[in-house]
Design a protein around this ligand. Structure first.
Ligand code: NI
Length: 391
């Protein structure tokens, strides 16, 4: 039997040097030209059939097993964030204002390591591994573009797997939930239009600032009064813009924010109440509201059969690990667009090391993780992929 941990550890220098190189040279969504070039170079060096330029910078490669069997899609994201890095690390970003602050540098390096691990065993594999290196996961729609450009066809995957390094939890922890694991995300914007006027003569105006204040307060009642207390949801107003002077009532105020839910019925309920509350509250205060909801990312829902198999693989591979079989987060991930079509499992690999100061949260300018998580993640992904080939 293959010792995936030992084999992944043997590639540690390879994985770490790739990760640090990607970290030094982060690229924003759909601009991962250098990163994708290295990915394609490494996959080609393994003798794989490689396709590039999918959804701008996406890369897809196939590892054909010696025997027929299912197709398993493994997805890794490659993009960085518009953040000025403050880690002070030797391998810190050399691109001002751009940083790998979510760990996708690690994911790309893990993906290339998994490719090497599995390519070395292709003689023993029954089926096909479809490696997908995705651009623009951070809210720019990379998965949607890849799906539109046919990543789920030729060959069509039977199963899908993806992972995230997880700095919310320490090295040694693994999160493999069944059912909903990441939330659906809706982004909203609201334009509240009233009637501007003199700050000293409010009776001649319809004040959208007061309307905005009441709308923001009233929205808090959706989660506390409408959503089943045993279910969960988030409604966050994250941006308020209006006015320009201390003595002028502005004609309009603009709000933005996000709605997170797991169950589709809850999502419909929250969206309906959102619209009702905003519209009626604005109207009661003599204003009008224009509500815009932007393209939603669906919830990431792990197939119970696939998740059960990944849980068994994780428990066997890392008997000492703290394995959370009920992991959930209100974060969201566009891998859901592939997983709603292809049954799969999205799992988390604990990567924080508080003793070494490597526990800043995702999307923070000091974000960095314990690189020991890299071979663990690669070993688990390789072992889970081989498990899914054994149908
Ligand atoms: Ni991420």
């Amino acid at each position: 039997m293959t010792n995936w941990i030992q084999e992944a550890r043997r590639l540690f220098d390879y994985t770490r040097s790739l990760r640090r190189d990607f970290h030094r040279h982060p690229e924003l969504g759909f601009q991962e030209v250098r990163t994708a070039g290295i990915v394609a170079r490494e996959l080609t060096a393994l003798g794989l059939e490689v396709s590039t330029g999918i959804a701008e910078t996406g890369v897809v490669a196939l590892i054909e097993g010696a025997l027929p069997g299912p197709v398993v899609l493994l997805r890794f994201d490659m993009d960085a964030l518009p953040i000025e890095e403050q880690t002070g690390a030797e391998y810190a970003s050399r691109t001002p204002g751009v940083m790998h602050a979510c760990g996708h540098d690690g994911h790309t390096a893990i993906g290339l390591t998994v490719a090497r691990l599995l390519a070395a065993h292709s003689e023993d594999l029954s089926g096909t591994i479809k490696l997908v290196f995705q651009p623009a996961e951070e809210g720019l729609g990379g998965a949607a573009r890849m799906v539109a450009e046919g990543v789920l066809q030729n060959p069509r995957p039977d199963f899908s797997l993806a992972l995230h390094l997880w700095n919310e939890r320490p090295l040694g922890w693994l999160g493999v939930g069944a059912g909903p694991v990441m939330a659906a995300a809706d982004a909203f914007s609201v334009h509240l239009a009233g009637k501007g006027g003199h700050g000293a003569l409010p009776h001649q105006a319809n004040d959208p600032v007061v309307a905005a204040a009441q709308v923001i307060s009233a929205l808090q009642s959706i989660v506390s009064r409408n959503v089943d207390p045993l279910d969960t949801a988030v409604v966050s107003v994250t941006s308020v813009h209006g006015g320009s002077a201390f003595n002028i009532i502005p004609p309009a105020v603009d709000l933005q924010g996000t709605i997170r839910t797991f169950a589709p019925a809850t999502r419909q309920l929250v969206l309906r109440r959102f619209d009702e509350i905003v519209t009626a509250t604005a109207e009661a205060l003599g204003c009008t509201a224009q509500v815009n909801l932007q393209d939603a990312t669906p919830a990431v829902i792990n197939d119970s059969g696939v998740a059960g198999r990944v849980q068994r693989v994780a428990a066997a591979l890392f008997p000492e690990a703290e394995l959370d079989r009920h992991f959930q987060t209100m974060g969201s991930e566009d891998m859901s667009l592939m997983m709603q079509d292809i049954p799969g499992c999205y799992f988390m690999v604990g990567s924080a090391d508080p003793a070494r100061g490597l526990d800043a949260k995702h999307h923070h300018p000091e974000f960095d993780f314990d690189e020991e998580a890299l071979p663990r993640a690669a070993a688990l992904m390789a072992a889970a992929a081989v498990e899914m080939l054994c149908s």
